[in-house]
Design a binder for this molecule. Structure first.
Ligand code: DGL
Length: 268
């Protein structure tokens, strides 16, 4: 491994940036390659077979091309189906982001809300997580693609309509005391979700746990002093993103270079 380990972060869109932020805040020494499959976005509405083959194809190729040390599937929707196949294909560690049901259930005194994509809330993997880690605490499920879109819009400088958000989250009103942000896009609109759900509801996501797992697998110390000036991290999309200029401006602030377009199947 080089002195600066290379981590590939994968998502369907900008959601994985919430995981990137959590990782880089604790492990600033990493070099990041971020890849998003925006051509097939939203994954929450994609057929499973297509999702599986796209993730395998894109991730395997990026790992080979960029000499990656570790992969983070920063997408709950993908992780709930691709992890075994991906681990079987790759020789490097694969960390998957999945809904943080366990910590949420431990924190809750009433009921847990799982806010995720329409696919994630119906997956057998998620049902098993709930049976395993929240056997005595009810879990209310809420699947929404519109919430995912709202996070994409926010990263391009658009405001969030709190009335619309209130309408989407209304089924959870007064029913839960902990909400799992079970889609990596949602921490990007965390403040707005908190405002709508109220301060009596605690929000839980997987960012911190993923950063700890990455540090452990790469045997890296966390919270090392950031030694300043670094090269820009790389970012690739499977098609030209909408409002690309606005998105690139935000990505620049987060430490990325300009988005490179790598169509699927990508050129070798
Ligand atoms: N960010 C993704 C997740 O964590 C998927 C969003 C989508 O493409 O539907 O599930």
């Amino acid at each position: 491994m080089t002195s600066q380990p290379k981590v590939l972060i994968f998502d369907s869109g900008v959601g994985g940036l919430s995981v990137y932020k959590a990782i880089i805040a604790r492990l600033p020494q990493l070099s990041i390659v971020y890849t998003f499959d925006n051509e097939a976005y939203p994954y929450g509405e994609l057929e499973q077979k297509t999702l599986l083959s796209r993730v395998l194809g894109i991730v395997q190729r990026a790992v080979l091309k960029d000499d990656i040390d570790l992969v983070v599937i920063a997408c709950n929707t993908a992780s709930t189906i691709v992890l075994p196949a991906l681990r079987a294909k790759l020789q490097i560690p694969v960390v998957g982001v999945v809904p943080a049901i366990k910590p949420a259930s431990l924190l809750s005194h009433l009921a847990v809300g799982l806010i995720a994509t329409p696919a994630t809330v119906t997956r057998p993997y998620t049902q098993e997580l709930i049976q395993h880690f929240s056997p005595h605490k009810p879990v209310e499920l809420l699947g929404s693609t519109r919430l995912v879109d709202m996070a994409e819009e926010k990263l391009r400088g658009h405001g969030i309509d709190l009335h619309e958000l209130e309408h989407i989250l209304a089924p959870l009103h007064n029913k839960i005391d902990v909400a799992v942000l079970g889609c990596t896009h949602f921490p990007l609109i965390k403040e707005e979700i908190q405002t709508v759900l109220g301060n009596q509801v605690r929000l839980v996501d997987s960012g911190e746990a993923i950063a700890r797992r990455v540090a452990q697998l790469l045997s890296l110390p966390m919270d090392e002093e950031d030694r300043g000036q670094r090269e820009k991290h790389r970012i690739m999309s499977s098609t030209t993103p909408w409002e690309e200029t606005a998105l690139n401006m935000e990505l620049n602030k987060l430490g990325f270079g300009i988005i490179q377009n790598c169509p699927y199947p990508m050129d070798a």
